[in-house]
Design a binder for this molecule. Structure first.
Ligand code: DP6
Length: 362
């Protein structure tokens, strides 16, 4: 599907008002997206596990305007309260997607969103939040154009989500999702995420992700600024090539279930992401001392037990602990005995591979 195919061409039905609710999850990247071109085109392909418990629930209420004018009209509520500081983000999102959603200016919207995870957890809510808004808009679009097919629905939801936040494009479908063109992954696209199209070993279908909340504060450097610093970064080209290479290697690892090779790729990706931050100009560090304490403890534990536990990081200090379901009880014991001391107020979130965005009946 190309960009142009996402512009509706038919005559739309008339719908006065309504509301839809969707839940959409967060995701955790194994090969990281860090660096982008114009219009939210990623500098390299990435792949993530879709999560299950960390999600946003979003209701979109829409009422046709009496007279159509040239403005976007919307109110945004977060956990029941009007949230003015999120509105510029949505305004910008609407501007970016207007060409593909020409009906946006015909309606007045109310967007109500809430997260299943504490908002001060330092967990990026843009992936779940933006993908939830995108799929709600697509639900309205499907009411306006009932001939829309399922594949188009999901691809355009991901396409719109990407224009809101890059990683959000990987939250619509379950399991493993690839975003960004890769020569050995059929159907992969810079425009939207697609379900990883090859065989996946059973072990990776129920993988666990326990998120250790090291620092719940606001990040000092946003992802958007971080991506921007990849322009002119001395290691950028090598990094982008490495991501292609790592994704290539993951194809066979995901099939064979080789957790040793999985660990090497995933941990190297996490550390490289942070190495890019540390070698940007201006440089910055998002890890905290406790992030490093946890990483070292995980390495020690893996060495001692030979259990295939590993970590990854997103753009923050929190540590995602990844491991096969069969080792869950042992690893939770390890986390409770040795790692919770490094978590803010002892907090962590238990999550696992999930199944993507779902509609909630109003
Ligand atoms: C480190 O998707 O938050 O989590 O497109 O500017 O909204 P924008 O950035 P965002 O970047 C996330 C980067 C990452 C790695 C990843 O999820 O692949």
């Amino acid at each position: 599907m190309t960009q142009k195919e996402f512009i509706p061409k038919q005559e739309s039905k008339k719908i006065k008002s309504g509301e839809v609710t969707w839940q959409s999850p967060s995701n955790i990247a194994l090969v990281k997206y860090w660096g982008k071109k114009e219009n939210q085109i990623p500098a390299n392909p990435s792949i993530s596990f879709t999560l299950d418990n960390c999600r946003s629930t979003t209701t979109l209420k829409f009422t046709e305007k009496e007279t159509s004018d040239n403005t976007f009209e919307f109110d945004f509520f977060f956990e029941g309260q009007p949230k003015e500081d999120f509105k510029p983000k949505i305004q910008k999102f609407f501007q970016r997607i207007e060409e593909y959603c020409p009906y946006l200016k015909d309606y007045k919207f109310e967007i109500h969103s809430e997260n299943s995870f504490p908002h001060s957890s330092g967990i990026a809510s843009s992936a779940s939040g933006m993908s939830a808004i995108a799929v709600c808009l697509m639900d309205l679009e499907r009411q306006l154009f009932p001939e829309i097919e399922e594949e188009y629905f999901i691809q355009k939801s991901s396409f719109l989500a990407r224009l809101g936040s890059g990683s959000a494009s990987r939250s619509l479908e379950g399991g493993l999702v690839v975003w960004g063109e890769h020569e050995n992954i059929e159907g992969s696209s810079d425009e939207y995420g697609v379900k990883f199209p090859y065989d996946v070993h059973e072990i990776f279908k129920t993988y666990k992700d326990t998120i250790l909340l090291v620092d719940k504060g606001e990040k000092q450097v946003s992802s958007t600024v971080g991506h921007d610093l990849m322009h002119g970064h001395p290691f950028a080209e090598n990094r982008f090539a490495q991501a292609h290479d790592n994704l290539d290697k993951l194809i066979s690892v995901l099939k064979s279930g080789n957790t040793q090779d999985f660990i090497k790729i995933v941990e190297s990706e996490a550390l490289t992401l942070h190495a890019m931050m540390m070698s940007s100009l201006p440089y910055f560090i998002l890890m905290k001392p406790n992030t490093l304490e946890i990483i070292n403890k995980i390495w020690e534990y893996r060495e001692k037990t030979e259990i295939p536990i590993c970590f990854t990081l997103d753009a923050g200090a929190n540590v995602h602990v990844l491991y096969p379901e069969t080792h869950e009880s042992k690893i939770l014991e390890f986390i409770n005995n040795e790692l919770v001391v490094y978590c803010q107020n002892g907090h962590y979130i238990c999550d696992q591979v999930g199944s993507g965005a779902t509609k909630i009946d109003n």
